[in-house]
Design a protein around this ligand. Structure first.
Ligand SMILES: [Zn+2]
Ligand SMILES: [Zn+2]
Length: 149
């Protein structure tokens, strides 16, 4: 079994934004897919509490759950293939009876972004964009890319 990358797609909202969630304060914000996937982005600052962590820590729970379901289904496939082989190798053997049951796969819930009452702010410091609720914008945002308020 070699390394296999489990691919899944995160669907952006109609403006091309995906949701992130701060691991510290649990508040959510949206960043533009093309801007937040650039290689030089090695950490995010929470636009609300200002704490920084690696981008993967900011993935929201739904996306993590989806990734885990995908990984689990991948291993269920391997196990099911293995028990089929086991069945086959002992078929006709009177001494050993193998009974294998197929493991049911988990349903993979795709993550869809819903458009909500949010506004886009331009981050002049990094010429990038962020989408938050209107009240969050009014109370002042910290740039998730450079940490400047
Ligand atoms: Zn935060
Ligand atoms: Zn910035």
């Amino acid at each position: 079994m070699g390394d296999k990358i489990i691919k899944f797609q995160i669907l952006a909202d109609s403006d091309g934004y995906v949701t992130f969630q701060c691991p510290y304060c649990s508040n959510t914000f949206k960043l533009r897919v093309d801007e937040c996937q650039e290689d030089e982005v090695i950490e995010f600052f929470c636009p609300y509490c200002g704490l920084a962590d690696e981008p993967s820590s900011f993935l929201n729970n739904e996306i993590i759950q989806l990734a885990m379901d995908k990984a689990e289904n991948y291993f269920i496939d391997i196990l099911n293939g293995f028990s089929k082989n086991l069945d086959r190798s002992f078929r006709g053997n009177k001494m050993i009876k193998v009974k294998t049951n197929k493991i049911p796969k988990k349903g993979e819930k795709e993550v869809f972004e819903v458009d909500s009452e949010e506004v886009i702010s331009e981050l002049k410091c990094c010429s990038r964009h962020i989408k938050t609720t209107i009240s969050a914008k009014e109370s002042g945002l910290i740039c998730p890319y450079c940490g400047v308020r």
